[in-house]
Design a protein around this ligand. Structure first.
Ligand code: SF4
Ligand code: SF4
Length: 385
């Protein structure tokens, strides 16, 4: 199928941008020739220490997967039943590990082997990830196979699901306990959280390991070498493409999705509207996104009791409904005086406070951001073919 129509395309592009940023940050660290630390209680990291950490984790997972394949051969005989959309995850540590090893994500072509029901990296001959570093989530994953299927060659597979899980986690715990890098053993002691205690659920194990790596290495590293630096030209196009695929599915979240769409159109990349496999022009994609945003807000207003006649953030409910109507009207025909109308509407929301860190933006704040974004790009949208 076409890469751009796969449900994980946006995530693939985002992962590529993250790895590219990690490569720049690792280059800057190597060029500095200096170690860093983020506090007296944390280790002082040299490049060689980080390389050794990545290498020992790769060795640990090599052994972890060898145990799975040799002792529990149902996995070796399966063609990747777990390789479905959302199964893989490229976290910050994965990106840094790839950068330290100087290896890249699979370079997928415009036509990919995976169907929409398969992980984007999956092919009939297996996973296309590089052998040197597989993302932690996939590397950690196991299942208990099909008990009714008889597979030869394994040992101690157990006759019930519980026996099999006990046998498998026992073997995997042995691997983790004997191969865990010292810095993670120290973290286990300091946090009183043994990683093997998470092994009964491989997704939980991957998350616990990722959290530990984040605390001991990633957070101190990004304090010195940020991973969210200025985007380069090719990444801006990638981001635009990501936004295009996302547009119409979730235009209700804050973000410069209209700017990204215009960038995409400038780059000559086809825009795909929500729920459709055919491309459309940029105004049609913006209209879809805004209409979906308005519909989502109307549903929210129906579901949440915000008080009679009140919008809950300082303007009347009637005014909010009138503003939503004006927003809809503006994208129906992109009229010449649309910018002035939007400026008036934005004036009703300009004082609504942004959300505190980690909190969902208030309805009025989201409304203001959508109106402001539309107003900001109005002239370009009117001129767009
Ligand atoms: S973990 Fe389970 S679903 Fe995935 S490849 Fe192994 S046996 Fe198949
Ligand atoms: S990245 Fe590879 S192992 Fe992980 S889900 Fe995709 S195909 Fe499977």
């Amino acid at each position: 199928m076409r890469l751009t129509q796969h449900p994980e395309c946006a995530r693939y592009i985002g992962a590529g941008a993250l790895v590219a940023q990690a490569k720049r940050s690792i280059s800057a660290w190597r060029a500095s020739g200096k170690p860093f630390t983020a506090g007296s209680h944390l280790p002082c990291w040299h490049v060689g220490d980080a390389e050794a950490l990545v290498k020992s984790l790769a060795d640990m997972f090599g052994e972890y997967n060898r145990v799975m394949w040799e002792c529990f051969p149902y996995c070796r005989h399966c063609d990747g039943g777990c390789c479905v959309p959302d199964a893989s995850r490229v976290g910050r540590f994965d990106a840094i590990a790839l950068a330290l090893l100087d290896i890249s994500l699979p370079d997928l072509s415009e036509d990919i082997a995976a169907s929409e029901r398969r992980c984007i990296y999956h092919t009939p001959t297996g996973c296309t990830w590089p052998a040197g570093w597989h993302n932690i989530k996939c590397w950690s994953f196991y299942c208990l196979g099909d008990l009714s299927a008889s597979v030869d060659g394994g040992s101690n597979q157990g006759s019930s699901i519980w026996e099999r899980q006990a046998a498998l986690t026992h073997e995997l715990a042995h691997v983790v306990q004997s191969s865990l890098p010292d810095v993670l053993r120290d973290h286990e002691r300091a946090s009183d959280d043994a990683l093997v205690a998470h092994l009964s659920d491989p997704v939980d194990f991957a998350q616990a390991l990722d959290r530990a790596l984040d605390e001991v290495f990633v957070q101190p590293f990004v304090a010195w070498y940020p991973l969210d630096g200025v985007l380069e030209a090719d990444e801006r196009t990638a981001l635009a493409q990501e936004s295009a695929i996302w547009t119409g599915r979730d235009a209700s979240v804050e973000g410069d999705w209209i700017g990204a769409l215009l960038e995409l159109a400038d780059a000559g990349v086809a825009v795909v509207a929500s729920g459709s496999s055919s491309s459309c022009d940029v105004r049609c994609a913006v209209r879809d996104g805004i209409m979906e945003f308005v519909a989502g807000l109307m549903t929210e207003l129906d579901e949440v009791d915000i008080g009679e006649g009140s919008s809950g953030f300082g303007i009347s409910l009637d005014q909010l409904l009138a503003d939503l109507e004006a927003l809809e009207w503006s994208v129906q025909g992109f009229p010449g005086n649309g910018a002035q109308q939007l400026a008036v509407v934005y004036g009703h929301y300009v004082t609504v406070s942004p959300p505190a860190a980690g909190e969902r933006p208030a309805l009025g704040y989201r409304m203001g951001q959508q109106v402001r974004n539309l107003w900001r790009y109005w002239d370009r949208l009117v001129a767009a073919v």
